[in-house]
Design a protein around this ligand. Structure first.
Ligand SMILES: [Zn+2]
Length: 354
């Protein structure tokens, strides 16, 4: 999708369904939205039999032809392969069924192919399940790029509740990171006169507040707890759609997370890294970093370098280089970044390194 940067462009989902036995409802949503022809299911090797097949069955019942492609990693190379598959299948709709990587691949490759995309997440590990942005490895930029918003989001609570708990905890950490992201956005507005949208900012903040308030329910993984996380992630995705940028959900803590990807590789989940980033960046912002750390500990998400499977040196290096990844995105890290001694002090004071 070509976006004229002088316009404020919002792309929002048409339908959002959160509840039980949702996989079997994908077909009726296709009918309601008027899809015909071929749908391509993009899924992972584990998620395909679990969720991809029931979705395919439901869509076939609705009268569409269904093809599928199994993806293992979210790289530029695999995204190009999915683009080819969409073309070959002459797909009129792409269904991302699976974890964050599967959704991101489906989102980016469908956008490149100018075909609508539906999001059917099997885990609630980050806000990409509903946002117009996708994070793909091996591209020219180490952060999320604009793709397109899903036309519909269908989230099966039982499937999410059955997924490994650390994925749900990572989703919570990605949500608590909105406290620092919104503060950074306000800072950029004040210092750089960057566009700031109160509505989008408040929507992201509300998600962070609701999730921190409901930690006990989330830990129990009951329907209410899982629903709180899923709805918060969807609200964050919608906040980005309304803002027309990832600003309300991605600030210095996300830059830190992307820097850690470069410094240490994939030793922990995206959400987990942004949670730890939020502790560090809240400290730098002079806000309540202790509350963020307490929440992460309570929910069972990492709050230290050790729990992210990175060394103290790698963590400090990531904090020092984070500002340089995206110079146009002004944050508390400033234009020159955090000096080594200061980065080490932040990490020690907040207990992120011992
Ligand atoms: Zn995120």
């Amino acid at each position: 999708m070509e976006v004229d940067e002088s316009l404020h462009y919002m792309q929002l989902p048409r339908e959002v369904i959160v509840g039980k036995n949702v996989l079997g409802r994908v077909g009726e949503v296709c009918t309601r939205l008027g899809f015909t022809g071929t749908a391509l299911v993009v899924s992972g090797p584990i998620t395909y039999p679990l969720a991809g097949e029931p979705v395919a069955k439901s869509v076939t019942k609705a009268g569409l032809k269904v093809d599928h492609v199994i993806v293992k990693e979210s790289t530029e190379h695999v995204a190009n392969h999915v683009v080819e598959t969409i073309k070959k299948a002459k797909a009129s709709l792409v269904l991302g069924v699976g974890g964050g990587k599967d959704i991101d691949l489906a989102k980016l490759s469908s956008a490149k192919s100018k075909v609508p995309f539906m999001s059917v997440p099997t885990a609630a590990s980050h806000d990409g399940i509903a946002s117009p942005y996708a994070s793909i490895k091996g591209g020219s930029r180490p952060y999320s790029v604009r793709a397109q918003a899903p036309v519909a989001i269908l989230t099966d609570i039982d499937v999410i509740a059955d997924s490994p708990y650390n994925l749900l905890a990572a989703g919570c950490a990605d949500i608590v990171a909105k406290f620092t992201a919104v503060k950074d956005w306000q800072l950029a507005h004040k210092l750089k006169n960057e566009y700031y949208g109160d509505y989008a900012a408040n929507l992201a903040m509300m998600s962070a507040k609701l999730v921190t308030k409901n930690a006990k329910e989330i830990l129990k993984r009951n329907v209410e707890g899982v629903k709180t996380v899923v709805e918060a992630l969807i609200s964050c995705g919608v906040a980005m759609s309304i803002a027309g940028s990832s600003r309300p959900c991605s600030g210095s803590e996300h830059l830190f997370s992307h820097a850690l990807d470069i410094v240490a590789g994939e030793t922990s989940l995206h959400g987990e890294r942004t949670g730890v980033g939020a502790i560090l960046c809240a400290y730098l912002q002079g806000s309540n970093w202790e509350a963020i750390r307490t929440f992460l500990k309570e929910i069972g998400a990492p709050s230290t370098a050790k729990e992210l499977n990175v060394s103290p040196e790698q963590l400090v290096r990531a904090l020092m280089m984070a500002h340089s990844l995206r110079p146009e995105r002004y944050t508390i890290l400033g234009e020159t970044g955090v000096a080594e001694a200061a980065a080490e002090k932040v990490a020690r004071t907040t207990g992120v390194i011992g």
